[in-house]
Design a protein around this ligand. Structure first.
Ligand SMILES: [Zn+2]
Ligand SMILES: [Zn+2]
Length: 643
């Protein structure tokens, strides 16, 4: 390597610095940048590089109480240097050495020592990662250094950096992380305030918009939940089954994003509302369940579907005691591979097969018998996941959940779009206000309700098919049409007690029992398809055909699967308004009665007894009335009913 000389040319001052640095390292010293001179036309045009021991240490002011170690300065006024100057020749700038001296007033270092000069002590990126990892794992600094030496197979003190460098590096990193955390917390708090502001203005724009906030003892927002007016209205009609999704977290906010979803008459996903929760404690879950019930005017869903989560399970048990809780099999099955594939190894496929068989059994006795067999066969008696699954079996295993009303929300055709929707919501949000707006768009169910097939061809010559098509939405009609086509392949045999055995003409097993009660046109099948989906099964349809039905009984064409035109609910907002006014009137009457009756015990006993009696009478009277306005059905049927 040629020693620098006066007149030597470099393309840039960086290149000159690197060259001189390499020269210094080989010669037992290091360098630093000293002065530079700047002009508006040229930028930096002079640069002085000097030996690391050049100059003298400035006298340091010591603060009282400061525990700074006194480190002796290495500076001794050495005059070794390289001064550079920039010149622009034909528009190209070049750097020239204008002064150079390699005369030192101190000893130069051996190679072993020179690498320990601060300028040459670098912690390589891969080492940085390793150091942070070990530090996080709780290793003290001297142990970290030892580990790195061992890993590299070198003797003590041969690392390219010192213990001191490791300490400084970790401290700097910690500071950066803390600063980032503080920034994030600040952004989060601002965003939450912004979200509250957005909630307030949504409330002004939409009187049916509802939201609720939980704060901690320091008035800091813990949880927020909200629901748009459209969702509240949709819930009136389709709030029989809700799915509470608690599987997504917003990483940047460290909050759980819970969403209340449903299904409309067209089989489309409905967004009922959502919540941002600080944590997944029983308290937070209970809060969100209560908030949701308040939003929906106290109307409990018949069924709530969730992921497998014992904490959520407990919260639902206490807050929604009258709602059936179903844990989706779609959330249970994928867990089995992560829970059991490791302990079972090559036996896992056999286990999985058996497990899936069990899920679909009919009888609960058989389920429990075979479950115990399976558990001991695979030696899983003390497995905690097996214990969890068994303790929650009433919620997820079909022998127990069959017949729970799920409105077809337990199908892949429902889960796939829900999954995509949730991922989309989480991904696209850059701030919480954006999240609120996104949910607002998704909540506008009218916008989504008319997608999909609009007209379907008849596939049988049965009048009940045509009748169903005139009442049900295309999606619901599609499902029942499928059952009608299959009903043709089943044989129905009347039994002595008047019920029917229905079975496929080819298959020997899979017989179903259908009970027919002619007095009030009730039909029940042991497969419980109608109870679960609200769509009559092939077996029941087979018996209805046998009974010469040309139209389905009204009660088997559920409101929730009907076209808008055959529902009073959709005949405009007037019905909703009517319901609200009615509700208000009822409340004010009840309040008056309450305050009058509370004056004496005699009054209150009398009022209590009579109200209960009167309400019971009313309820049973109302129940006996037709479930659909005759006029509305008549009008809807007339065009298609001309025979
Ligand atoms: Zn020197
Ligand atoms: Zn059936």
């Amino acid at each position: 390597m040629v020693a620098p000389y006066v007149g030597m040319v470099f393309k840039s001052d960086d290149e000159a610095f690197e060259y001189y640095g390499n020269f210094a390292r080989r010669n037992g010293f290091s360098i630093r940048k000293e002065r530079s001179r700047l002009s508006p036309q040229l930028g930096v045009y002079k640069r002085d590089l000097v030996c690391y021991r050049s100059g003298f240490a400035p006298a340091r002011k010591k603060l009282t109480g400061e525990h700074q170690r006194d480190r002796k300065s290495v500076r001794c006024g050495c005059d070794a240097k390289m001064y550079l100057s920039k010149e622009v020749v034909d528009g190209v700038s070049q750097w020239f050495v204008v002064q150079f001296s390699n005369v030192h007033n101190h000893e130069l270092l051996e190679d072993e020592q020179v690498r320990l000069l601060p300028a040459y002590r670098k912690i390589h990126e891969s080492d940085q990662e390793r150091i942070l990892l070990l530090s996080k794992a709780g290793f003290p600094i001297h142990r970290i250094v030892k580990v790195l030496e061992l890993e590299k197979g070198i003797h003590g003190g041969q690392l390219s950096f010192l213990e001191r460098d490791v300490r400084n590096f970790i401290q700097n990193r910690k500071k950066v992380v803390q600063e980032n955390d503080a920034l994030l917390t600040e952004k989060r708090e601002n965003d939450i305030l912004d979200l509250l502001e957005a909630c307030r203005s949504s409330k002004e724009a939409d009187p049916y918009f509802v939201y609720d906030v939980a704060v901690d003892e320091n008035d800091k927002v813990e949880n927020i939940a909200w629901s748009f007016g459209d969702s509240v209205h949709a819930y009136d009609m389709f709030g029989d089954v809700v799915y509470f999704d608690s599987t997504y977290r917003s990483m940047s906010y460290g909050m759980l994003f819970g969403a209340w979803l449903g299904i409309n008459n067209h089989g489309r996903t409905l967004f009922f509302g959502c919540a941002l929760l600080q944590d997944e404690t029983p308290r937070s879950f209970a809060w969100t369940l209560q908030a949701f019930l308040r939003f929906m005017k106290g109307r409990y869903p018949q069924t709530i579907i969730t992921d497998i989560d014992p904490v959520l399970r407990e919260a639902i048990r206490s807050e929604l005691p009258n709602t059936k809780h179903v844990i989706s099999l779609y959330s249970v099955l994928p867990r089995t591979s992560s829970w059991f594939s490791l302990p079972l190894g090559s036996r896992f496929p056999e286990f999985k097969y058996e497990f899936e068989e069990l899920c679909h059994l009919e009888s609960t006795e058989e389920f429990e018998f075979r479950w115990n067999q399976m558990v001991s066969h695979f030696g899983l008696n003390s497995d905690k996941h097996i214990a969890l699954l068994f303790s929650l079996r009433l919620c997820w295993a079909l022998p127990y959940t069959r017949g729970c009303f799920l409105a077809r929300m337990d199908s892949t055709s429902y889960w796939k779009p829900v999954d995509a929707l949730m991922k989309g919501v989480i991904k696209t949000q850059s701030c919480l206000r954006g999240l609120l707006e996104q949910v607002g768009l998704l909540s506008n169910y009218k916008m989504h309700s008319h997608e999909g097939p609009q007209y379907l061809h008849l596939r049988t010559c049965l009048p009940i098919e045509e009748h169903a098509r005139s009442i049900l939405t295309p999606s619901a009609f599609n499902w029942i049409q499928h059952e009608m086509v299959l009903a043709m392949q089943y044989a129905a045999t009347e039994m002595a007690n008047g019920s029917y055995l229905v079975r496929h003409f080819k298959k020997v097993d899979g017989e179903r029992l259908v009970i027919w009660i002619p007095e009030d046109e009730q039909i029940h099948c042991s497969c419980k398809e109608f109870e679960s989906t609200g769509i009559l099964c092939r077996h029941a349809l087979r018996v209805l055909l046998l009974k010469n039905y040309f139209q389905l009984p009204n009660r088997y064409l559920l409101d929730r699967w009907r076209q808008e035109s055959s529902l009073c609910f959709y005949s405009g907002q007037s019905n909703l308004k009517l319901k609200d006014e009615w509700y208000q009137e009822f409340n004010s009457l009840a309040e008056t009665l309450f305050s009058e009756a509370m004056l004496t015990k005699e009054r209150s006993d009398f009022a209590h007894r009579e109200v209960a009696k009167e309400l019971r009478r009313l309820i049973s009277h109302v129940r006996d009335m037709p479930a659909v306005d005759e006029a509305v059905v008549g009008v809807t049927l007339s065009p298609t009913n001309v025979l």
